[in-house]
Design a protein around this ligand. Structure first.
Ligand SMILES: [Zn+2]
Ligand SMILES: [Zn+2]
Length: 355
């Protein structure tokens, strides 16, 4: 396949100033493949990256964001034997440096050389150029082959699925039949609720304020939805669990009140996974964590190859994230895509941008 010299890309020229322009097609380094981008899902972190950058972000005027994407391999570096032209792939945003203590232990999403390009660290769309472009150069460690049964659109949500699976991995997975409460029906919350059922939860209870989002949860396998504007969530969950509390709470709102309330609805010996992005200080009853023998964790992104775990589950339909995909825009209309996403226009959940 002939690769052009230049391509279209959405470049961040200044904070809040994202524009589609013509830039050089990236050249390949050792271990890299060139991906012809097909679909990029807008992530909740993208508007913040566009508004104020990210730790170690590339130079303004050159920075191409976008990190939840799929495409086709169209070229490989001379040393690459793991992939070939024509392979359909999902891109994992994180590549660790491969040489720090955390990377050596497999914990590459918490690489100690974060943002250090020379040491080999990459975080596509954050500290390294990403996917809002015709092409992206990605290291093979971050490329996961997807079968034809996974569409490029649904495949772009594998990053979210991988993050959710890593959260369950960190907290010791779900034991069959357990009651799992997920708070916050944003996309990570909805994926958490859906995957809880896939992993064998007996009952999944989804809490939130937006009726339309709770309804999407129902469509994705949630057993019980609780609208916090209508009921007292703590009382309802205690009633549903015979006064004991949930086996696991997956907190996805990122808000201080539900984050603290997780300790009110968990059982003794329960587990709480904090999956939200918390901008404010949260006060937790530490003594309860000790006295109730609680386990609390948080997943940093799609770590320990959990994106790869999601692929066979999505390939045969056990993980079905299609209900989350509400809108599609061409790359030229990327700012309209962002307005739709941030304004939740037309019930927008996952908005996909296609070069
Ligand atoms: Zn993301
Ligand atoms: Zn590292």
């Amino acid at each position: 396949m002939s690769i052009p010299k230049t391509m279209k890309a959405a470049v961040l020229f200044n904070f809040g100033d994202l524009r589609v322009t013509e830039v050089p097609v990236p050249s390949l380094g050792v271990g890299e493949a060139l991906v012809k981008v097909h679909s990029v899902a807008i992530c909740g972190s993208d508007p913040a990256i566009i508004a104020k950058g990210w730790k170690g972000y590339p130079k303004l005027g050159e920075f191409i964001p976008g990190h939840e994407f799929t495409g086709t391999v169209v070229a490989i570096a001379p040393d690459v034997t793991e992939l070939k032209e024509g392979d359909r792939v999902a891109v994992e945003p994180h590549k660790g440096c491969g040489r720090c203590e955390n990377c050596l232990r497999g914990l590459y999403t918490t690489c100690l050389n974060y943002g250090n390009y020379k040491k080999g660290h990459r975080h596509y769309g954050f500290s390294t150029n990403g996917g809002y472009a015709d092409y992206a150069a990605c290291h093979i460690n971050t490329l996961h082959k997807i079968p034809d049964s996974i569409s490029f659109e649904e495949g772009s949500m594998l990053t979210g699925a991988g993050t959710v699976l890593y959260g369950y991995d960190r907290i010791g997975w779900i034991h069959p039949g357990e009651t799992v409460v997920v708070s916050g029906p944003g996309s990570i919350g909805l994926i958490s609720a859906h995957i809880a059922k896939v992993l064998g939860a007996g009952r999944v209870i989804l809490t939130g304020t937006r009726a339309d989002r709770l309804a999407v949860g129902k469509k994705m396998g949630v057993d019980i939805t609780l609208n916090i504007n209508e009921v007292n969530v703590r009382d309802e969950i205690m009633e549903l669990t015979n006064g004991i509390g949930a086996d696991m709470v997956v907190e996805c709102t990122g808000q201080p009140a539900p984050a603290a309330e997780a300790l009110e609805i968990i059982r003794k010996n329960g587990r709480i996974s904090y999956n939200g992005i918390y901008h404010e200080q949260v006060t937790l009853q530490l003594d309860k964590i000790v006295q109730w023998n609680l386990l609390i964790t948080g997943p940093k992104a799609e770590g320990m190859l959990n994106l790869e775990r999601a692929i066979p589950l999505m390939a045969d339909g056990r993980i079905n994230l299609k209900p989350l995909h509400t809108h599609t825009f061409k790359l030229d209309d990327i700012n309209k895509a962002f307005d739709t996403f941030t304004g939740r226009v037309g019930g927008a959940i996952k908005v996909i941008v296609q070069p």
